[in-house]
Design a protein around this ligand. Structure first.
Ligand code: NAG
Ligand code: NAG
Ligand code: NAG
Ligand code: NAG
Ligand code: NAG
Length: 427
């Protein structure tokens, strides 16, 4: 949304929403190519992407000619360019010889919650899938490139435990090439900082699971019914977000604990009894607006880039992927391969709230839209290879996946590495 409307995004809108005829698309394509012809270097990319969209269209409508276009389409993917390529549509490609840049043994900074191999996970296929967008190639995560881009900069992830996973993934992706005495990690209850000294760079995490304040930020209140949100207050957290060069926010899963949320505005001193209950999307909109106002009045977009990681899907209902007798994500070892698979763990109403709040902001916010690509990955959650209350699951707990399998968090290395691959491609 931060991007000026580009020809390819302009094409996407009619394609999704209106029954444009092929003729119209072709005419638009040629008009575009003609328009862009003068601008030589970039026009190549644009006419290519246009041609490719056209090919896609044709392949759908005229199956007989499929093969004729196939090679052309495969060869025609251009290098990722945030203005030209969306990562939302694509597929996971299995590549046994592709190994993650780290393991949960090589990287000393991973929480027990996500260290699946250390915790006993035996199958390994889940670590060898690469996300391949339909229209372009996503460069692999290159730690040297990442650290160069972060030279002299402060990168901060803000949000919940899924965002903490993305932060730890980023740290582990780069830390392997930094000598022992040139890096450090300081953990705090709210704020943790990884430093890469030679690069004068930091990769930080700030805990704010709702972004706005709540009575359950720290310590966490286990009983979701007792949590109260202060949807109009963000300053206590946000005063720690100043002076950063890159901010990456998220907030979703904590809002999804029940149908309605207890929300409060004004002072907590009014008494916790002064709350009102709202439907989740309503409370979410109020909270996000408070966050958006803070960003708009405190962030200088010339100095700081702002990203928002969209909702991370949960996989607790195996009927979503046609396994009515399954136990959540337990024992899944392959992604869902059905194109556009979307489960009940990703609430489209919440997505549209984020879209509409961010759409009205002054400061440009770039989405790292990870929802669709992560939806496919029922195989990549921590499942029973995790902890509860700081202790590894016992054998008894492991034998009861219905109650103990974690189908919200992701093993690391794993899917959040792909989120960071996308983030890096935008930097
Ligand atoms: C699989 O990964 C290996 C190792 O990185 C790479 O050389 C190869 O090109 C990849 N294969 C495909 C089909 O992407
Ligand atoms: C950002 O930079 C542009 C162009 O240099 C300038 O016009 C604008 O006032 C700057 N915005 C802020 C908030 O400093
Ligand atoms: C699920 O379990 C029921 C009862 O145990 C059985 O009748 C049914 O065939 C099973 N369905 C599948 C898809 O395995
Ligand atoms: C897990 O899946 C494997 C293979 O699909 C199956 O043989 C095994 O019984 C399953 N384990 C449990 C506990 O359901
Ligand atoms: C993210 O992508 C999905 C499709 O994969 C789309 O429906 C949704 O609107 C996108 N979200 C935002 C905030 O752009």
């Amino acid at each position: 949304m931060s991007l000026a409307p580009s020809p390819s995004t302009a094409m996407k809108t009619p394609r999704g929403k209106l029954p444009f005829s092929i003729v119209t698309i072709v005419v638009l394509c040629f008009a575009l190519i003609a328009l862009l012809y003068a601008d030589s270097a970039r026009s190549l990319f644009k006419s290519k992407s246009c041609a490719r969209r056209h090919v896609n269209r044709k392949r759908k409508d005229r199956n007989a000619e499929k093969d004729e276009f196939k090679n052309f389409a495969v060869d025609d993917r251009f290098e990722f360019d945030p203005e030209e390529c969306t990562v939302n549509t694509g597929k996971w490609v299995f590549n046994k010889s592709m190994n993650p840049l780290y393991t949960d043994k090589s990287c000393p900074y991973l929480d027990m919650q996500v260290s699946c191999v250390k915790n006993g996970r035996q199958d390994s296929d889940y670590r060898h899938w690469e996300w391949q967008p339909d229209d372009c190639t996503l460069p692999r995560f290159n730690p040297k490139v990442a650290l160069k881009k972060l030279q002299g900069k402060r990168l901060m992830f803000v949000g919940d435990s899924l965002q903490r996973g993305q932060w730890q993934s980023f740290v582990c992706l780069v830390e392997g090439i930094i000598p022992e005495d040139k890096k450090s990690l300081k953990r705090g209850r709210f704020h943790s900082v990884f430093k890469a000294k030679e690069y004068d760079a930091t990769i930080e995490f700030y805990w704010a699971p709702f972004l706005v304040e709540s009575n359950s930020d720290q310590p966490i209140i286990a009983d979701a019914k007792k949590r109260i949100l202060k949807v109009d207050s963000v300053e206590k957290h946000a005063k720690n977000w100043g002076g950063k060069d890159i901010l990456v926010f998220n907030s979703y899963v904590w809002w999804m604990s029940g149908l309605r949320l207890k929300t409060l505005w004004g002072s907590f001193a009014n008494g916790a009894e002064g709350y009102e209950e709202f439907d989740t999307p309503v409370a979410y909109r109020m909270g996000l607006k408070t966050w958006a106002n803070w960003v708009d009045s405190n962030i200088n977009p010339n100095k700081t880039r702002v990203f928002f990681t969209t909702m991370s899907p949960t996989h607790t209902r195996s009927a979503d992927w046609n396994k009515p007798n399954g136990t959540k994500c337990f024992n899944e070892t392959r992604p869902v391969l059905k194109k556009h698979h979307w489960g009940s763990g990703s609430d489209k109403r919440m997505m549209s709230v984020v879209g509409s709040v961010v759409g009205k902001m002054k400061v440009p916010v770039t989405f790292i839209n990870i929802t669709q690509l992560s939806e496919y990955r029922i195989d990549a959650h921590s499942s029973i290879y995790t902890e509860a209350g700081g202790k590894l699951l016992t054998e008894d707990q492991k034998a009861d996946p219905l109650h103990h399998a974690d189908c919200i968090h992701w093993c690391l290395p794993g899917v959040p590495d792909t989120w960071n691959q996308i983030l890096l491609a935008h930097l």
